[in-house]
Design a protein around this ligand. Sequence first.
Ligand SMILES: C[S@@+](CC[C@H](N)C(=O)[O-])C[C@H]1O[C@@H](n2cnc3c(N)ncnc32)[C@H](O)[C@@H]1O
Length: 370
Amino acid sequence: MREIARVQQGYFPTQDRIVRIIAGRFKIPLNQQGQIVVLDAGCGTGHAIQNLSNQWLIQQPELNATLLGIESDKHRYEQAAALLARSKGGGTALWSAIEDATVDQPVSLLWFNPPYDRIRGTGRIETALFNRVKEWPARGSGLLLLIVPDYVLADAEVGLAVAVERDYEMLGLWRYPEPEYHDFKQCVLLARRREKALNKTLMTFPRWASESSKWPMLRDDMKPVATLTPVQKSVTLRRTRLGNDLIVDAVTRSPLRSGLLREAAAPAPPIGRPLLPLKHGHLALALAGGLCDGIIESEGNRFLIKGTLTSAVRRVSTKPQVDDSGNTVAEIDTYRTRYEMNVRCLRNDGSIENYSSAEPDELETEVTNE
Ligand SMILES: C[S@@+](CC[C@H](N)C(=O)[O-])C[C@H]1O[C@@H](n2cnc3c(N)ncnc32)[C@H](O)[C@@H]1O
């Protein structure tokens, strides 16, 4: 595809010629036990790794390579799923953001040509995504093929080179040849995952990453530098989270769709008369829940109201105690705890009115706020 067309679509797959040259940097095992699993995180249409494995198959027709891809763009994912499933060793794609996906077993080769961008306030997306995928190749043998702009890798502030060095041993680093280099200034890094990551606190900017102008250019006639190592267990791609795209897509295709849409688009129901007459208890609950605070309007006037619910111990009755001769010897008071509703209302003119369910003369005894 011509450069201009690729740029217009905002999709920048690895060019076929570059994939062919990269394919020659790998030693392919003979008498393979197990399978070579290649995972492209951000696989686009899946064409790059399919092309890669086709190049290897020319050299080694017995090669057993499984091709896996993760892609967030639905249209490209569908193309990748179809293409990878047709590859000789079989394959599959997962429709997901890299951030929401993982693998259940290590892979032989991670192909990683991430989107190039800044993330507002937190650095570059290449580093953030690399940190998500860096542990997917097998320890000690799994390979990383990274394609990024050289100015991103050579920039110590970005933190990508240090992140790579910490987990990987460098096998080769090349700039793209012309004319491909001209447009995006990309480079290709090939590395093998370390058995154990280096101590983070001792890390400094790696020497191999400085002075990108001195990095060799990728050429057709270079020798292989990395050995592909089969893995013994098959690898499954898994989602760790459901992204919004996926949820919207599932709802769109669901038989519940029209009901959900109707409900989402329906106007809020009018507040009608309650089914049963309101009793004191209803109002008490509303007051206790703070639902009776705020500004209300009535006949063009506005009032600020504040409702409270209080409990108070009230005397409810007084009965005389009489002896055998019928003389009153004492008075017995009966007290009960009563809940009392109070609403204070501030008018525009600054006057305050109090409304209370308490009897005016019931002001003796202890009162506590609820
Ligand atoms: C530069 S293209 C590389 C395509 C392919 N790997 C290749 O080398 O030709 C990057 C791809 O990653 C996809 N992508 C970007 N961000 C992603 C993310 N967070 N999760 C999954 N895929 C993503 C894009 O839709 C695009 O198809």
